[in-house]
Design a protein around this ligand. Sequence first.
Ligand code: NI
Length: 254
Amino acid sequence: MRVFDTHCHYDDERFDEDREEAYQRMLDAQVARCVCVGSDLPSSQRCMDFAAAHEGAFAAVGVHPHEAKDAPEDYLDTISEMLKAPKVVALGEIGLDYYYDLSPRDVQKRVMAEQVALAVRLDVPVIFHIRDAHGDMVDFFRAQKKLPQGIIHCFSGSPEIAREYVRMGFYISFAGPLTFKKAPHLQAAAQEVPMDRLLVETDSPYLSPEPKRGRRNEPAHVVYTLAKLAELRGLPVEEMAQITWENACRLYRI
Ligand code: NI
């Protein structure tokens, strides 16, 4: 079995004590690949460094909506340069977060739109973070002449909104909350997404799945979310691992 954690944050300081051990535990859990996702320019650089030093790790670079307000004037030039590095496989994570609203919404929208335009121009896949902002995000997508390929990461919406993103060509990635007892809408969405658009991720160190809930998350734990997804789709875990592995490799073009 080979499992792909499509979204983690090994660069996070919560891995400072045991980053190498956590990577080894990931490999031991048959999670052979992961994408380490940046949230601003310094963290994107750390993700690139991690990917360069670890065979199974790849990187994504971008400016998260939380950090949009602090993006330097020339951030798009920096991201364009970073995207040329061999193990950088996506632009992200970018998007809209109206739950925390850590950057003003007009700034979030501008920085997201600028990065989407860059991704379309360079033809690279995008990792989208969307929290309490599906309405504005769908409106934005509908207004575009051309959409990038991409992932709706840590999907948190209804089956209807999942269908809408799938129609637009996006992949839907499920994280730890899929395993929670009180997640009927999310589990319903996971049962409806076409097989060739399903992905799993940890978003570690955040969002630990059951039975690890309440502790720091790490990429090895993606197997619990994978097992839940397999159960919901009525497939053996090994088969779901292979399906989500192939989907991730196709999307990230690895
Ligand atoms: Ni993330």
